[in-house]
Design a protein around this ligand. Structure first.
Ligand code: CA
Length: 173
């Protein structure tokens, strides 16, 4: 899905080596209107300009190679001011404090509820003043366009006649 609105979608960078968690975060955030770039390690993430420019970065502490705390430090050193949220395993309690020292704004202990993650991401967006509403962002997939603001979906030039539930399902997909 790509944004076709003049306002860019809210962007989230996900750095998580656990593939299933990375894919789940990507799909849930995408379904909620965010533009997501995901990487499995810090070095790949830092080579991607989308990582440093993202509105919110979600970084797992336990990464192969450069750990998440160091990734956070380096992003800050490279001028990133936008929010960073660390993901931490329950046994890495000490790392929570370290995460904040490294320049993180928030942390979430695994396992977490997706609702909790989404609430934190929204809060970080608000705090940073990048609340350009994700729900007003038009989405486009092939010839299908979905506008959550007006709740109109079109295929090519033709509006689709959808019930509310059908629209929500389509939007989620
Ligand atoms: Ca990990």
């Amino acid at each position: 899905l790509t944004s076709v609105n003049s306002l860019p979608a809210n962007t989230v960078a996900v750095i998580e080596d656990d593939r299933s968690l990375r894919e789940m975060l990507t799909s849930i955030l995408t379904a909620h209107g965010y533009h997501v770039t995901a990487h499995a390690d810090g070095e790949a993430a830092m080579r991607d300009e989308h990582t440093i420019g993202s509105d919110v970065a979600i970084i797992d502490i336990g990464l192969p190679g450069i750990d998440g705390l160091e990734v956070c430090r380096r992003l800050r050193a490279n001028g990133r001011t936008a929010p960073v949220m660390m993901l931490t395993a329950r046994h890495e309690v000490q790392d929570r404090v370290l995460g904040l020292d490294a320049g993180a704004d928030d942390y979430l202990v695994k396992p977490f509820a997706l609702d909790e993650l989404l609430a934190r991401v929204r809060a970080l967006h608000r705090r940073h003043g990048t609340a350009a509403s994700a729900v007003d962002t038009q989405l486009e997939l092939d010839d299908l366009t979905i506008d959550p603001g007006t709740r109109v979906a079109t295929r090519g030039e033709n509006p689709l006649d959808l019930t509310r539930i059908e629209f929500d399902l389509l939007h989620l997909l």
